[in-house]
Design a protein around this ligand. Sequence first.
Ligand code: BG6
Ligand code: MG
Length: 216
Amino acid sequence: MGQISACIFDLDGVVVDTAKYHYQAWKRLANELGFDFTLDDNERLKGVSRMDSLNILLEIGNQKLDEEQKLAYAEKKNICYLEFVNKMTPEEILPGTIKLFTELKEAGIKIALGSASKNAITILEKINIVNWFDIIIDGTKTQKAKPDPQVFLLGAKGLNATPQECIVFEDAEAGIEAALKAGMRCVGIGSSDNLGNAHMVVSGLNEVTLKKLEFL
Ligand code: BG6
Ligand code: MG
């Protein structure tokens, strides 16, 4: 329990369900390289940076590529992913998001984005939600990927909040680990099977109220 100055939201899997688009794009690439990529495999890529995701994909397919080829394939996957992103609309904002944002703003609590994605701004613009954020920290502003706490610490610093005053919302194990390393409270979005280290686990933002957060 303690004062809450800021809430830091992951994007993919918390505010929107883009994992399905990442999956389609990685699957297409895997098939092109001659192997299959399942939904189970896709779980391993949640919260993981683009290049790290490619490395995991190649490990699954038992393929070796040099750095230049890797950059080309990562770019190719992203072009495919952006085809899906460009069709996104505000209807894809996950239930409860705007209601929670409204409640937080009314209570004077700042809202931050803490995402690994380099496409974060494009997605936020597509779903028309950019203006809600007091600060946006995404994959273009960080050097160290989750589970490193850098993304969340930069968010807190930019808002003049101490880690103890921040609550992180995350759907990926690596993200929960990053929040804990940052010394922040965190809410897991998904299942306690893999997010059990979070201070609270809910199935979506529609289950979160400020009252519940005050008990963390
Ligand atoms: C994370 C996703 O938010 O962003 C990962 O959970 C993704 O699946 C990562 O690989 C990087 O995204 P992007 O948009 O920069 O390729
Ligand atoms: Mg996520």
